[in-house]
Design a protein around this ligand. Sequence first.
Ligand code: NAD
Length: 263
Amino acid sequence: MVQQQQLKGKVALVTGGGSGIGRGAALRLAEHGAYVCVIDRERERAEIVREEIVHGGGEAVAVEADVSNADSLRSAVVHAAERWGRLDIVFANAGINGTWTTIEDLMEEDWDRTIDINLKGTFLTLKYSIPYLKRQGGSVIITSSVNGNRIFSNIGASAYSTSKAGQVAFMQMAALELAEFGIRVNAICPGAIKTNIGQNTNRTAEAEAAAIPVEFPEGSSPLEHHAGSPEQVADLVLFLASPQSSLITGTKVYIDGAESLLK
Ligand code: NAD
């Protein structure tokens, strides 16, 4: 069990921290004492989460940045690290569902957008964080998904699944490369979690019709008959960020109530 205030004095950066899983993790890390830099391309969302943290007695900054834009992200990471003079925890979480349609119909720009945000954004987040993490070691957590790792039932999600599978390969390479610096790198693979991500999904009727039927209503799992919550994912992020997971690196952890085993 992670002790209250165990992350006191640690600095955490959360991309996509303005909503859903990122917001949940930002609040939880702050509750446990970390100073949190909330990065989101939606400035207002990041600001609201910053205020929530401050009202809860924590410390946070909100930074508007697009993880797929190197200049924008570099200055956000520098801002976070320079603000408190260090960086210990990086939650590379920002992501989009993008456009879900058949490969034949998927536009090149839609493929690029999904890969740029989900996969290149993860690379850029690590790239600019590593110089700071190397100073004292740290923990990186990447939000992948059950999609692209165990289940492939969402026909139409070719770009999304590829980006999520790519994140795991990248995580494994990073874990090997960064082990000598005491930097742990892990990926989490959530199943359906109640967030805002679906709102911006462009899922065509063809993709909807072609989805392989599952044996339980979409958005639920065998363990819980409803989608998971960001707070449940935040507990996992907290554990992976804390010294309690000191020997865990190069691993992907499913958090899906066994949803992926049935598909
Ligand atoms: P969400 O839409 O609630 O939150 C995502 C946040 O990321 C938003 O605030 C958005 O503004 C921000 N964002 C998007 N693109 C960005 C960019 N280019 N730069 C900076 N910020 C950006 O969604 P969520 O469900 O919390 O998604 C977080 C991560 O979880 C994603 O990587 C997603 O693929 C993954 N995931 C979600 C689920 C689920 O069921 N919700 C399941 C598996 C994996």
